[in-house]
Ligand binder design. Structure first.
Ligand SMILES: Cc1cc2nc3c(=O)[nH]c(=O)nc-3n(C[C@H](O)[C@H](O)[C@H](O)COP(=O)(O)OP(=O)(O)OC[C@H]3O[C@@H](n4cnc5c(N)ncnc54)[C@H](O)[C@@H]3O)c2cc1C
Length: 505
């Protein structure tokens, strides 16, 4: 055995401190030391505030108290994303977390609903999503505390303040023995076999390690500048390459969802926190100047701005090898698939999950490294395809940007998924994917892609019982959601206590 005794993390943004937190949760400081270097001069990107449900699982796995975490990061609950004007102007749809409907007998819910629609039923798919119905009425309840009720299948994530998140994870990590060094890394020294031996700070200090984690954001100091891992550019599938972001004052009530509104050359986000709102416009510079983007963002704001808007250029794509030699890249250093479905923080956690699963010794067995790169690469591609679907399925023709999207090239994997779905509504299911059937079905439906036929197996169910079951389910969700606290009430914590002991149905 040739065990790793010291891991050096370079970068103290969300990815650096997430890596530190996850490592310090799993490794004892007397077995493997963890040191994090961050540069106060460079700072962090300071955005990335909308998460997906596995993030809640991570917080729990780290043994963090959810309410304490929410208070410290000014977090709110997120039930999904409301998409405005994506298929056509003045149309909207919701991509919810959690389940949509329950199986009817041995039959898939979506197929039953599809058959009912084809027979003239007018219910909408989202009538059967507890998250969609809660979001529409601005209500919230923890699904874990309402199991075996009509909203038991819901899921949730958080909106968090990015700066407070990094601060929280820093406290968590330092209390578990992680040491922090402030300084700017100028270069890295390598051994004859290509492995990194040490990082060298601009002030002359040198930090040696057995393994290095590059969390330096878009600078990608180790994985790119030192190890030259090639970058796979995905801008031909995802044309947005810039964002302008701003913080604004809160507008009440606080919605329990992220809003993504399609604009002339991209889309704008609205992420509500307890104490403020994060807003931004993600756009394609080939179709929109920075000045126009700034004006579009400012025109669409609801509350007064709290600071000057910031411009953030980015390239969509990923490093072909995010693990090379004894260096792993996480976060923006590893790649970035634009923020439409709030997946970047999730990919950081996945990167760490896989690293812990394939944890190496100092030799970094090449087969382990290959498997890691294959597995994390599949996650990035899944996210890329899912996001590209939101653009390519548009029916908008009102601006050059949307006309381009209608004719954009598609990755083969996405083209195959669309063709498969358009037949009988079948979905390609991978192992352990982030976006499950309910997500693909919601976006397909929201973007106007519906299968030509239902699966013929559903014809074995009689139509009357399908219709009656759908109606009962619809009413049960609606009835229960009507009695739930509003999101604001839930955040204040009042209704939770009031509801204890009160039957939820
Ligand atoms: C427009 C936009 C919107 C986004 N929205 C979301 C979202 O809603 N949800 C989501 O999950 N993700 C989102 N993201 C992604 C998210 O912001 C990042 O994944 C996350 O913040 C992690 O960033 P990071 O830690 O990799 O990089 P950074 O925050 O840039 O941190 C880099 C760190 O490295 C340090 N550093 C750099 N160079 C050196 C050096 N030479 N020496 C020492 N230290 C150095 C810096 O000081 C800093 O501490 C968004 C990204 C963009 C661009």
């Amino acid at each position: 055995m040739n065990p790793i005794r010291k891991i050096v993390i370079v970068g103290g943004g969300t990815s650096g401190w997430m890596a530190a937190a996850m490592l310090s949760h799993h490794l004892k400081p007397d077995v493997c030391r963890i040191e994090l270097v961050e540069s106060a001069d460079i700072g962090t990107i300071g955005i990335g505030e909308s998460t997906v449900p596995p993030f809640v699982g991570l917080i729990h796995r780290l043994g963090i108290d959810e309410r304490d975490f929410m208070q410290a990061t000014q977090a709110t609950y997120k039930l999904g994303i409301k998409f405005v004007d994506w298929r056509q102007r003045n149309e909207r749809y919701f991509h919810p977390f959690g389940a949509i409907g329950k199986r009817i007998g041995a039959h898939d819910f979506y197929q039953c609903w599809l058959r009912a629609r084809q027979a003239g039923n007018t219910s909408s798919l989202q009538d059967f999503s507890p998250c969609s119905v809660m979001a529409e009425s601005g209500r919230f309840f923890l699904p874990g505390e309402a199991q075996n009720t009509p909203i038991g299948g819901a899921g949730y994530a958080f909106h968090v303040d990015a700066t407070l998140l990094a601060r929280y994870l820093r406290r968590y990590s330092e209390s578990r023995g992680v040491t922090r060094v402030e300084g700017t890394v100028g270069s890295a020294a390598r051994r004859d076999n290509g492995f990194i031996e040490a990082v060298e700070l601009e002030d002359g200090r040198r930090i040696e390690g057995d393994f290095f984690i590059d969390c330096t954001g878009f600078r990608a100091l180790l994985i790119d500048k030192t190890l030259a891992s090639p970058f796979e550019d995905w801008s031909k599938y995802l044309p947005c390459d810039r964002a302008v972001a701003v913080k604004t004052s809160s507008v009440m009530p606080i919605p329990p969802y992220t809003r993504a509104t399609a604009r002339r050359a991209g889309w704008s986000w609205r992420i509500p926190l307890q104490n403020r709102v994060g807003e931004g416009y993600v756009y394609a510079s080939a179709f929109c100047s920075d000045q126009d983007a700034r004006s579009t963002l400012l025109r669409g704001l609801e509350g007064p701005i709290l600071e000057e808007p910031r411009l953030i250029p980015f390239v969509t794509g990923r490093r072909r090898e995010t693990w090379r030699f004894n260096c792993l890249a996480l976060g923006l250093a590893a790649g970035f698939v634009e923020p439409l479905e709030s997946t970047a923080i999730h990919l950081i956690a996945r990167g760490m999950d896989f690293f812990l699963r394939y944890f190496p010794d100092r030799d970094c067995d090449a087969a382990l490294v290959r498997e890691y790169n294959r597995r994390i690469g599949a996650d990035y591609e899944e996210v890329r395809d899912f996001i590209a679907l939101h653009y390519c399925a548009t029916a908008r023709e009102d601006t050059p940007f949307w006309r381009w999207c209608r004719n954009m090239p598609l990755p083969d994997s996405l083209q195959e998924r669309i063709e498969l779905f358009q037949g009988h509504g079948a979905l390609r299911e991978g192992v352990d994917e982030l976006f499950r059937n309910a997500s693909w079905q919601s976006v397909f439906e929201g973007m106007g892609i519906r299968p030509r036929k239902h699966c013929p197996r559903v014809d074995n169910l009689d139509m009357e019982s399908i219709t009656a079951t759908l109606e009962m389910a619809r009413q049960a969700i609606r009835g229960m959601v009507g009695n739930l606290p509003t999101h604001d009430e839930f955040l204040r914590g009042q209704s939770r206590t009031e509801l204890i002991g009160r039957p939820l149905m």
